[in-house]
Design a protein around this ligand. Structure first.
Ligand code: ATP
Ligand code: MG
Length: 317
């Protein structure tokens, strides 16, 4: 549904996106795609290009089967776009604004009536349709922007940081709404919140400094870092003996320790993806040491993100 090949865009000397290639919105990626990266990564630039709001320097992109450079009218008919800050007309009332937008899409009066009713319901705007947009909270305005993006029932919806600036309750509601959108649309959303992408997306593309660093299902990405996952264990015994014995186990990498009140708290790095819990348990029972905690600290996408962006910065990625 969204195909991007060698897409590159400069602003003067700044290379905002650098040779991006990806293909999403198929059965393999699922319907909710997260475009994840820190500030300045190139997320908005990519979304603006894919929504035909800005040209690229080189490369190719198709959305819903249409070329974004040569068939922009067809692309626009098939997409909805929620920009970073929705350019709403603050003096208009919600219903009036959505009708106005519907007219721009060339919808008939009757289609507009139906569409406005449907999107205001889906975006929980029912009680606000007669309020001037300028009087709405940021969260409510964001919903108006979303309703606008959904108005013509597009196949693909681009959401640029849809939860930024919202309070926790509004964030929760917006995420719920996005999950629901995935039933009927392909949703391509940008975010710098890893937890958010982990929560709502079926596929994630990690981007930093205009380059793709990784892509896959959030769970797959987590799997890829499971080699870096840690085991936390607390063992009572002579601290030096405990640390030395744990270090000597096969499958154990670096070990950090901290002793308090006879208990040594170990943070054990696994060498490879194997589970070392059983070995640690056996060791403790053989030596007659008490063991009071043992849990695996599964690395989050956040850890992965920090790791790969750091690697990229130091030129090792
Ligand atoms: N209109 C512009 N003129 C010049 N440089 C720009 C322009 N828009 C973006 N850039 C630069 O291009 C790079 C990518 O910016 P972009 O806005 O696409 O990143 P982003 O991932 O959306 O960041 P953010 O998380 O801050 O929204 C940045 O270095 C940015 O400073
Ligand atoms: Mg942006």
């Amino acid at each position: 549904m969204i195909e991007v090949k060698n897409l590159t865009k400069h602003y003067g000397a700044i290379r905002a996106i650098d040779n991006l290639t990806f293909s999403v919105g198929s059965d393999t990626t699922g319907n909710i795609i997260g475009f994840l990266g820190p500030n300045g990564a190139g997320k908005s630039t990519t979304i603006r290009i894919l929504s035909c709001f800005q040209p690229a320097d080189s490369g190719m992109a198709t959305v819903a089967g249409y070329n974004v450079f040569t068939q922009s009218l067809d692309v626009r008919r098939n997409i909805g776009y929620l920009p970073e800050s929705a350019p709403l007309y603050t003096e208009m009332r919600v219903r009036e604004y959505l009708h106005f937008r519907g007219k721009l899409h060339g919808m008939s009066r009757r289609d507009r009536d139906n569409a406005v009713r449907s999107v205001t319901e889906r975006c929980w705007l029912g009680d606000f349709v007669d309020r001037p947009i300028g009087q709405l909270s940021k969260g409510m305005r964001q919903r108006v922007g979303l309703a606008d993006a959904l108005l013509h029932d597009p196949k693909v919806i681009f959401l640029d940081e849809p939860t930024i600036g919202l309070d926790p309750m509004q964030i929760r509601e917006t995420r719920k709404l996005i999950r629901e959108l995935g039933d009927r649309h392909i949703v391509f959303l940008s975010s710098h919140i890893l937890h958010e992408v982990e929560q709502i997306c079926t596929h994630a593309i990690v981007i930093a400094s205009g380059r793709i660093l990784a892509s896959g299902a959030p769970a797959e990405l987590r799997e890829r870092i499971s080699a870096g996952s840690r085991l936390i264990a607390e063992i009572k015994g002579s601290p030096d003996a405990v640390v030395a014995a744990v270090k000597s186990l096969s499958g154990v990498g670096a070990v950090e320790s901290d002793t308090q009140d006879e208990w040594t708290r170990l943070s054990i790095e696994a060498n490879g993806a194997g589970d070392i819990r059983e070995e640690v348990f056996k060791l403790a029972s053989e030596k007659g040491w008490s063991l009071r905690e043992m849990r695996r600290e599964v690395a989050s996408l956040e850890d992965f993100f920090i790791k790969i962006t750091a690697e990229q910065r130091t030129g090792r990625g």
